[in-house]
Design a protein around this ligand. Structure first.
Ligand SMILES: [Zn+2]
Length: 398
C-alpha cells in the first residue's frame, strides 16, 4: 500500500520483519523474532570474533596456541552473547515504553542489531528521551557487570573464557556508547529529538534530528569505506532510510491528525449488494475504478469485496456465485474521526478500504489513495489550511 511506503518506519519495519523473520519467543505478549539476516551475521561474526580470539591467545602474556576450530567456537559464544545482549538492550526499551503508555508490536533481532517496533510512542517528550536512554544504559551497565564478574571469578589459567567475557563486556560498552551517537533514528538521535521537541515541536525537532542523522549516515559510510567495514555500510543505509522515512511519518502524522475522515473520504452511499453475482460485482468495481468496494445487504453496510478475490473465482462460475461468500468483515470509522487514527486502523487490520458510517448508514470509504491524495494536496499547498477544505456534506444528495 502506498500509504505504508510514504508514512512510516514502523510500517516499513512491520513489512520487513513479518516478511523475513520468525518468532522464537515472547516477552509480555510481544513476539520476539529473529530475522533471516542473522543467518548471515552469525557465521560472519563467529569468524571475526574467532580470529580475534586466536590472535589474542597468540599474543597473550603467556601465549596459547588454540587448536583448529577452538577459537571459532569461542567466537560463536561471543557472537551469541552479543545477540543476547542486544536483546536485553531492546527489552529495556520495550519495558520502558510499555510502562509509560507506549505500544510495542514486536522485537526483531537482525543483522544490524535489534529493532523494537514501537507503534505508539509515549506521549510526553521526557518519556521518549528516557525510553531511548534505557537501551544504551542497559548495554553499558551490562558491560560493567561483565567486567565485575571477571574480577570476582577465580583466577584461572584458562585463557579463553576470561578473554571471551572481557571481549563481550567491551562490545556491550561499545554498543551502548555507539547507540548514543545522535544519528537519528538511533537511540542518541531519539534523545536529541525528544530534547528539541519540547522547544520546537515534534515536526521541526524530527526534521533537525533526521538532518543530523543523515550527516552521520554519510560519516558512517566514509569510515566504512576507509576501514572496509561492511557493518558500517549497512548501518549507514539503515540510518539514512530510517531518518528519511521517520521524518516523513511525523510530517504526515501532523497533517493527518488535523484532518477529519469526512474531509478525505470518497463519498459513497451504496455498496455492492451481497446477492450480486461475482460477474456483476466485477463490472461494478471496474466502473468505480477501485480495487475494493463496500458490500451491503439491503443497503446496510456489512463488509467489503476486492477485485483480486473476485478474480479468483473461475470464469464459468462467476455468473451464479455471489458476493456473499467473498465478503470480508468491515473496518468502520466515523466521519468525525481524525485521519491519522483511521490510517492506523488500516495498517493494523490491513483492509484495502475503511467504511465510513454515520448512524449506521454508509456515507463514504477511505483507502490508501484517499489518504495519499490528502497528503499530496497538503504538501502542494504551502499554507495547508485543512480547516478550509470542502466538506462532503455540501455535495451530499438530499
Ligand atoms: Zn536502542
Amino acid at each position: 500500500m502506498e500509504l505504508l511506503r510514504r508514512s512510516g518506519v514502523s510500517e516499513e519495519v512491520v513489512m520487513r520483519s513479518t516478511r523475513g523473520a520468525f518468532k522464537v519467543a515472547s516477552f509480555r505478549g510481544i513476539p520476539i523474532r529473529l530475522h533471516y539476516s542473522l543467518l548471515l551475521a552469525l557465521p560472519l561474526l563467529t569468524l571475526v570474533f574467532g580470529s580475534v580470539v586466536r590472535q589474542a591467545a597468540r599474543t597473550a602474556s603467556v601465549p596459547v596456541e588454540l587448536p583448529g576450530v577452538v577459537p571459532f567456537l569461542w567466537g560463536l559464544v561471543v557472537a551469541v552473547g552479543l545477540f543476547a545482549s542486544v536483546l536485553l538492550h531492546e527489552m529495556a526499551h520495550v519495558f520502558y515504553a510499555l510502562r509509560t503508555g507506549g505500544r510495542v508490536r514486536s522485537i526483531t533481532l537482525m543483522i544490524v542489531g535489534g529493532v523494537s517496533e514501537v507503534t505508539e510512542l509515549p506521549r510526553r517528550h521526557r518519556d521518549e528521551v528516557l525510553m531511548a536512554l534505557v537501551g544504551p544504559l542497559t548495554s553499558v551497565v551490562l558491560g560493567v557487570l561483565l567486567i565485575g564478574l571477571l574480577a570476582v571469578l577465580p583466577e584461572s589459567r584458562i585463557f579463553t573464557p576470561r578473554f571471551a567475557l572481557s571481549y563481550l563486556s567491551g562490545l556491550n560498552i561499545f554498543l551502548g556508547l555507539f547507540n548514543l551517537l545522535p544519528a537519528f533514528p538511533m537511540d542518541g538521535g531519539r534523545i536529541l529529538r525528544g530534547l528539541l521537541a519540547g522547544r520546537m515541536g515534534l515536526v521541526r525537532a524530527t526534521r533537525v534530528a533526521s538532518g543530523v542523522g543523515k550527516g552521520f549516515a554519510g560519516l558512517f559510510f566514509l569510515v566504512g569505506l576507509l576501514t572496509l567495514n561492511p557493518f558500517l555500510f549497512v548501518i549507514a543505509f539503515v540510518v539514512l532510510t530510517g531518518a528519511h522515512a521517520e521524518a516523513q511519518q511525523v510530517r504526515a502524522r501532523a497533517v493527518l491528525e488535523k484532518l477529519r475522515v469526512e474531509q478525505v473520504m470518497t463519498p459513497r452511499f451504496h455498496g455492492v449488494e451481497l446477492d450480486t453475482s461475482v460477474a456483476e460485482a466485477l463490472a461494478d468495481l471496474h466502473r468505480a475504478r477501485r480495487p475494493a468496494l463496500p458490500a451491503t445487504e439491503q443497503d446496510q453496510p456489512v463488509g467489503w469485496v476486492e477485485v483480486a478475490e473476485l478474480l479468483r473465482v473461475p470464469e464459468p462460475e462467476r455468473a451464479h456465485r455471489t458476493v456473499r461468500e467473498l465478503c470480508r468483515k468491515a473496518v468502520v470509522v466515523s466521519p468525525e474521526d481524525d485521519v491519522w487514527s483511521a490510517a492506523r486502523r488500516m495498517v493494523e487490520a490491513q483492509p484495502p478500504l475503511l467504511l465510513v458510517l454515520e448512524r449506521g448508514r454508509l456515507v463514504g470509504t477511505v483507502d490508501g489513495n484517499d489518504i495519499n491524495a490528502a497528503l499530496a494536496l497538503h504538501q502542494a499547498s504551502e499554507e495547508g489550511r485543512p480547516g478550509g477544505w470542502p466538506r462532503w456534506r455540501q455535495e451530499r444528495p438530499a
